[in-house]
Design a binder for this molecule. Structure first.
Ligand code: FAD
Length: 413
């Protein structure tokens, strides 16, 4: 898509954004405000994202389409016991903006309509096969041989980004975990579910998440597990038989959700090691192209939306009185702040996944630490749910780590 607003160079788009996912669309919208898809289920969006939606004037629409739950509850997947909770009403008071859940296609639709209103030229079915920095701008080469040029190209082309190869020769890293999803009408659920809560059941090598969508008309479920076939090097891994086996020993309320999972499609979970440079001349990576995470922090789409907001803020700061944008400085400011924040999220998501999936004594140690947590203690969320940093000095400190073996376990009877 092209964000065209250079009055003095009418034939060259200001910005080409490659990729029509949430990252690409939200970035195109963010930049359009400064004058210049996937089938899926639910997304959790935290206050560091709803703050930006509010600034864009899109939060009320998101709230009308989604659900603003009252609590996030973590339970043990084996015995169902509650381990800890976040009071989301208090969390909203603390951070000023809600934690909410929304259908992915609804959030996508919100940005699509916003892009149209802002005059973004949207082109579908365009496959970019090459990128080139020209020094004064950037070019993309399309699969049909056409070449498009712009002052800046934002590559929001996802996990398998072509543009990323300009910066690093890496590959997606398999976690051997796989996600099954389901978004089903509440009438089809067949068990009582409290839609005022986002619930995550954490268990040995598996976890299960559920929450309401569309004002409570739908239930969203995500079932994630480690695939024995993946560990054994079998090519066809993460298959439905593995889903059933992974959850066979979980609590009744978890097992009750498994038959509802979609079985014709599953999402093998890959991330990539963090990279600390996302800008190559006039080409910048954004969203999963720059920082695909394991989804345990529920921050992948959120980080993509933050990326676009940060870049657009720096565009605004680098705009001179005659309207020209100091793109080199804006891209440098973006590159100075976002990679470190996203590195923290990526590495925390990996650690969070390990913590969720513990077994044996370590599971009991984790449970003891979580049970001891004060539900109104925000030490572990301040680094992520506060205002998105625009400069490295605004980036809040990380949380303190608690060693597992510091847990006081009750003596065996
Ligand atoms: C099970 C699961 C649950 C998740 N839950 C959450 C959550 O609760 N909260 C959250 O914030 N995140 C969550 N995420 C992560 C989130 O989905 C992603 O991080 C986010 O969608 C990334 O958006 P993106 O636009 O960067 O990439 P994508 O959505 O992958 O979009 C990339 C776009 O680029 C296009 N593209 C690719 N290659 C090319 C090319 N060569 N030329 C042109 N176009 C191209 C694609 O067609 C696509 O439209 C979850 C992920 C999973 C798998």
């Amino acid at each position: 898509m092209a964000v065209s607003d250079i009055p003095d160079i009418p034939d060259v788009a200001d910005v080409i954004v490659v990729g029509g996912g949430i990252g690409g669309l939200s970035a195109a919208y963010a930049l359009a405000r400064q004058g210049v898809g996937e089938v899926g289920a639910g997304l959790q969006i935290a206050p560091n994202c709803t703050r930006i939606l509010d600034e864009y004037g899109l939060l009320d629409e998101a709230k009308a389409l989604g659900v603003v739950p009252e609590a996030m509850v973590m339970r043990d997947a084996v015995d169902g016991e509650e381990l800890t909770r976040l009071d989301l009403v208090d969390l909203e008071r603390t951070y000023g903006f809600p934690y909410m859940v929304i259908h992915r296609s609804d959030l996508h639709g919100i940005f699509l309509r916003a892009c149209r209103r802002a005059g973004v030229e949207l082109l579908t079915d365009q496959r970019v096969v090459g990128y080139a920095d020209t020094g004064v701008g950037a070019r993309v080469e399309l699969a049909d041989g056409r070449v498009e040029e712009a002052t800046v190209v934002i590559a929001a082309d996802g996990l398998h980004s072509v543009a990323r190869r300009l910066l690093v020769q890496d590959e997606p890293v398999s976690s051997s975990y796989v996600a099954y999803r389901a978004a089903v009408p509440i009438a089809d659920v067949g068990r009582p579910v409290d839609l005022s809560e986002v619930v995550v059941h954490v268990g040995p090598r598996c976890h299960f998440v559920h929450y309401g969508l569309r004002g409570g008309e739908m239930l969203n479920q995500v079932a994630v597990f480690e695939s024995p076939k993946a560990l054994a090097g079998v090519e066809e891994w993460g298959t439905p038989d593995e889903l059933d086996a992974a959850f066979a020993a979980t609590a009744d309320e978890v097992r009750a959700g498994i038959p509802l999972m979609w079985r014709d499609r599953w999402w093998r979970m890959f991330d990539r090691d963090p990279v600390m440079t996302w800008v190559h001349g006039r080409i910048a990576l954004l969203g999963d192209a720059a920082h695909p995470p394991l989804q345990y922090m529920a921050q992948g789409a959120v980080m993509a939306i933050e990326d676009g907001w940060v870049l657009a803020e720096h565009v605004a700061r680098q705009r001179s009185a005659d309207g020209a944008v100091g793109w080199v400085a804006a891209l440098a400011a973006y590159d100075a702040v976002r990679p470190e924040h996203c590195r923290r999220v990526l590495t925390t998501a990996r650690a969070w996944g390990e913590l969720w999936h513990l077994d044996g004594e370590q599971r009991l140690q984790r449970n003891a630490i979580l049970r001891a947590r004060d539900p109104h203690d925000y030490t572990f969320t301040d680094w992520i749910y506060g205002p998105t940093a625009l400069t490295p000095k605004d980036e809040p400190p990380m949380y303190p780590t608690i060693p597992l073996d510091s847990a006081a376990l009750a003596a065996a009877p």
